[in-house]
Ligand binder design. Structure first.
Ligand SMILES: [Zn+2]
Length: 560
């Protein structure tokens, strides 16, 4: 016991003197005695890495499995591969999907039901992680405006970890603010790329931008040069063979690498830079090198932008996945060097579909662009029925709002009366598979989801329903029906409750373990309790469950 205490003193001194102490989390690097005793006994990995590949559907992962030679191949050969992973909920968008990964909760409980909603009182758009009090560290209001984690209603693995082990540090980096913030949680450090600056973050009242940016200040000095270098060339003969012309709504889409008008966020360069930034944080902060358990979140956004802009089945996505595979390989090699040991989880925030015209041509004649004529018809009928001089149904990205001429929510009881009248006009009509009044859906129970494939569409949508956030009328388009499709805009989409949008890979990995395939479905909400068990962190009651990984000497899950 005496030996142990002496050892702990030495450890505390080392931590306090380490060069990264100045940039450690605000809670500080001083090791509380109780936490130290625990840390001393702890034999698990000292670094948890969470990788979210934005829009990497299980379909896409399976399609390219045999072609991977880099990081994905290592994850497959050395990891526990669940090709049947699920984002369980119905509104399969980026912010909700990211919110499930480290909270262990469905969006109905994280409060992040959609990417964009609207303020009922003002009619103005509201971003999923908008903040009324924070500013942005780069000093301008850009991208999604002022952001923060106040609208994320639950804590994350990193938050639990930092309460239970105050010397732990939590970082996340992404191309998107919502990718980084959902993985960093309330108390971690989230960084994301913003145009012309490099990595930025949010600044809470009383904090300084300089202090908040300190962990990435040196990285940012070299970033603008990297932003210029898109360097998207045709490297892979197989990918090149996928080039073709596709007739879309308003012309011919030329699917070829390199595409025209490439931006940083729509090219493989963005993910390569994100992984370099993650490596920079890993090394400069010496994550996983001390007695603490640290966390590093990495959300890779380029697959999503490339999927939206060029579809999933062309040379663009092919080249993206080959480049990401190589960059991931370099990143895993850096993780091999982490002396304290690493456990990594990789998944996606949602899946996605291909350009619907290409799907149509490949044997699915029902695949087509959505028509919203039934909404126009319903608006005309509702004007008459309720004696209105305006259209009460307004289309948003994730459903229909019931609004006045200023786009503000209609007052009750008129709002509910219109909603109940509108549902039979729209549900299962036209291109809608389902239209449901949010307030009624919120009365449904939350179903047990151990078999996520078996949930009804309504049960899936229930897991996305958030009061005051989800659309008044939550909608699902029929399978194979998509919005967009105009040249220069989004060619393909996600967001629907079908498995091509819900099914994602979930891989757990530790360096040089023996790979294993697991075919039963698991859910992204299972990741947080599983990782928490590995690093011996207690969780509150969660929607997800702990899964036994049997990685090395990892502890088994507690019996429920
Ligand atoms: Zn996404």
């Amino acid at each position: 016991m005496l030996f142990k205490r002496l050892l702990l003193s030495a450890v505390s001194a080392t931590v306090a003197l380490a060069p990264m102490a100045a940039t450690a989390a605000p809670v500080g690097a001083v090791v509380a005695q109780g936490a130290s005793d625990e840390a001393e006994a702890y034999a698990g990995p000292r670094l948890v890495v969470t990788v979210v590949v934005d829009q990497l559907s299980a379909n896409l992962f399976n399609q390219y499995r045999s072609r991977f030679t880099g990081g994905f191949k290592r994850l497959i050969d050395e990891g526990l591969v669940h090709a049947n992973g699920f984002q369980t909920h119905g509104v399969t968008e980026t912010c909700p999907g990211h919110s499930t990964v480290l909270t262990g909760m469905h969006p109905t409980h994280t409060g992040i039901g959609v990417n964009f909603s609207a303020d009922d009182a003002t009619g103005e758009g509201r971003y999923c992680l908008a903040s009324e009090v924070n500013t942005l560290a780069h000093g301008q209001i850009t991208d999604n405006g002022n952001v923060g984690t106040e609208l994320l209603k639950v804590d994350t693995l990193g938050d639990w970890l930092q309460v239970q082990r105050p010397d732990s540090r939590v970082f996340a980096v992404s191309g998107k603010d919502r990718g980084a913030m959902n993985l960093a949680g309330h108390n971690g450090r989230a960084f994301w790329f913003t145009k012309g600056f490099g990595l930025t973050t949010f600044v809470r009242p009383g904090e300084s931008a300089e202090e908040r940016l300190a962990p990435v200040a040196q990285y940012n000095t070299r970033f603008p040069a990297a932003e210029q270098g898109q360097n998207w060339k045709a490297n892979n003969a197989y990918c090149q063979s996928l080039a073709e012309d596709i007739e879309v709504v308003d012309g011919t889409f030329k699917s070829v690498v390199p595409p025209q008008n490439i931006g940083f966020d729509g090219s493989p360069t963005q993910d390569e830079e994100t992984l370099k930034a993650a490596t920079y944080l890993l090394q400069s902060q010496r994550l996983g090198q001390g007695k603490a358990v640290d966390m590093l979140g990495v959300s890779l956004s380029a697959t999503d932008k490339i999927g939206h802009t060029y579809g999933t089945q062309g040379p663009e996505m092919c080249e993206q996945l080959m480049r990401l595979d190589a960059a991931l390989g370099d990143f895993l090699s850096e993780l091999d060097k982490v002396e304290g040991g690493v456990v990594l989880a990789l998944t996606a925030d949602h899946g996605g579909a291909d350009i619907i015209e290409r799907t149509h041509a490949r044997g699915f004649p029902y695949a087509h662009r959505a028509s919203f004529a039934v909404v126009e018809e319903a608006n005309a009928a509702l004007r008459q029925q309720f004696n209105l001089d305006f259209d009460p149904l307004q289309r948003g990205s994730s459903g229909l709002r019931i609004v006045d001429t200023q786009k503000r929510a209609l007052a009750e009881p008129l709002r509910s009366q219109i909603a109940r009248a509108a549902v039979p006009m729209l549900d299962s009509k036209g291109d809608f598979a389902m239209v449901v009044f949010r307030d009624e859906l919120l009365q449904d129970p939350i179903m047990e989801t151990i078999q996520p494939e078996e949930l009804t569409v309504r049960e899936r949508m229930r897991l996305s329903a958030v009061d005051g956030v989800s659309a008044d009328l939550m909608t699902a388009l029929k399978p194979g029906v998509a919005t967009g499709g105009r040249l220069g805009g989004n060619m393909s989409a996600h967001g629907q409750p079908w498995n091509y949008d819900r099914k994602v890979p979930i891989i757990f990995w530790t360096p040089h373990a023996a790979g294993q395939e697991r075919f039963m479905p698991i859910r992204t909400i299972d990741i947080a309790p599983t990782l928490a068990n590995i690093i011996e962190v207690e969780t509150p009651k969660l929607d997800g469950r702990c899964i036994d990984l049997n990685l090395g000497e990892s502890p088994v899950c507690p019996v429920e």
